[in-house]
Ligand binder design. Structure first.
Ligand code: ADP
Ligand code: MG
Length: 139
């Protein structure tokens, strides 16, 4: 089944100039980029995006970090793409991520873990709509 998922290259990775390297890992996996842009979230926008985590102890730190600098957001498309992108990203905690994954290769720690990917079809729909209008999605 062809799916779409939301990808974010987080501030820690953009700050280290890793956008190109991470996009190459995504493209080498066969996933197609159908939307892409760079922006900076306000703290309130970061709170909105991560609202599901609002009760977690790391929420304030996470939303400060996610609004600390520019991010690159994209929509990826492909067969079984939600699960496939989660595999390429690796585990949330880079210490537990598989060799060759984006997080194992580039993440700094469990918070500054370089990338985001949606976790299910419903969240993928919500998250892609959070960042992109229909006109911005091509291919
Ligand atoms: P994932 O991004 O792998 O889907 P979660 O949805 O559980 O992970 O968490 C969202 C984000 O919150 C993580 O990517 C990471 O940046 C941050 N985070 C998760 N767990 C922790 C934690 N224990 N301490 C600090 N930050 C965390
Ligand atoms: Mg998640």
């Amino acid at each position: 089944m062809t799916q779409r998922t939301l990808s974010i290259i987080k501030p820690d990775a953009v700050e280290r100039n890793l956008q190109g390297a991470i996009l190459k890992m995504i493209q080498d996996s066969g996933l197609k980029i159908v939307a892409l842009k760079m922006l900076r979230l306000s703290k309130d926008e970061a709170r909105g995006f991560y609202a599901v985590h609002s009760e977690r102890p790391f929420f304030d730190s996470l939303t400060s970090y996610m609004s600390s600098g520019p991010i690159v957001v994209g929509i990826l498309e492909g067969e079984n793409c939600i699960e496939k992108y989660r595999e390429i990203m690796g585990a949330t905690n880079p210490e537990q991520a598989e060799e060759g994954t984006i997080r194992k290769t580039y993440a700094l720690d469990i918070e500054k873990n370089s990338v985001h990917g949606s976790d299910a079809p419903e969240t993928a729909r919500e998250e892609t709509a959070f960042f992109f209008s229909r006109m911005e999605v091509v291919g």
